[in-house]
Design a protein around this ligand. Structure first.
Ligand code: AMP
Length: 216
């Protein structure tokens, strides 16, 4: 069985956590465009600086930049790539370009799952979120704390808050989600096959629901 999955949802809906767990269970690459940008920024250089201007303000990186990195990722991963995309596509232009990339490789449309979470919960989750600088594992200072404060349970790496996890930026990211990414939800809904999971549940249940859909 080939696995091609797209996880949609607002910021902090649990896409990253579910995608990381799915990647381990299915042995399929987890591709987070946000994470690709954060790595580019850490490496320094012009591409990172350009992306950072948008990310730090909670704005979306321009479509042509995002589409180029996804195309490059697909080109680097063989003729029948398998993946779990988290955070892509975020606009209808990206979704259209992605459809074309799939068609050009004679691949059928991926399994598209929307993790639904209300805005208030998104804000609460983001303001306590901590991520490992080394392995990108995620925690929450209150709801899902690490065993030792500031240290990743999985690899011992340092835990930090993301530069764009501030209240002002979260509200901006939610606005972009409502304005643009909900168009992506309609795009896949119109094509049929969009599936929904209740992201208010505990992360194990969200994961179980997503896994059942992916395997069905
Ligand atoms: P994430 O880690 O998915 O929350 O993404 C962090 C930030 O990276 C977003 O707020 C955007 O600024 C940028 N980003 C990630 N993926 C995309 C995308 N598909 N389109 C535009 N911007 C993106």
């Amino acid at each position: 069985m080939s696995y091609r999955v797209v996880l949609l949802g607002p910021p902090a809906s649990g896409k990253g956590t579910v995608a990381a767990a799915l990647s381990v269970t299915l042995q399929v690459a987890h591709v987070s465009t946000g994470q690709l940008f954060r790595e580019t920024i850490r490496r320094g250089g012009l591409a990172g600086q350009a992306a950072r201007q948008f990310i730090d303000k909670g704005q979306l990186v321009p479509d042509d930049v995002v589409i180029a990195i996804v195309r490059e990722w697909l080109d680097d991963h063989g003729t029948k790539p398998e993946f779990i995309f988290d955070g892509f596509p975020r606009t209808v232009t990206q979704a259209d370009a992605f459809d074309e990339m799939m068609a050009a490789r004679s691949l059928t449309r991926p399994t598209v799952i929307l993790i639904e979470v209300p805005a208030e919960l998104t804000i609460e989750r983001i303001l306590g979120r901590l991520g490992c600088v080394n392995c990108a594992a995620l925690y929450h200072a209150e709801f899902d704390p690490p065993r030792q404060a500031g240290v990743c349970d999985k690899c011992g790496g340092r835990l930090v808050r993301r530069a764009d996890d501030t209240e002002a930026t979260v509200r901006e990211r939610l606005r972009w989600y409502t304005d643009l990414t909900l168009g992506v939800v309609s795009h896949y809904e119109r094509a049929g096959g969009l599936q929904r999971v209740d992201g208010r549940q505990g992360k194990q249940q969200v994961f179980a629901d997503v896994l059942r859909i992916v395997k069905s």
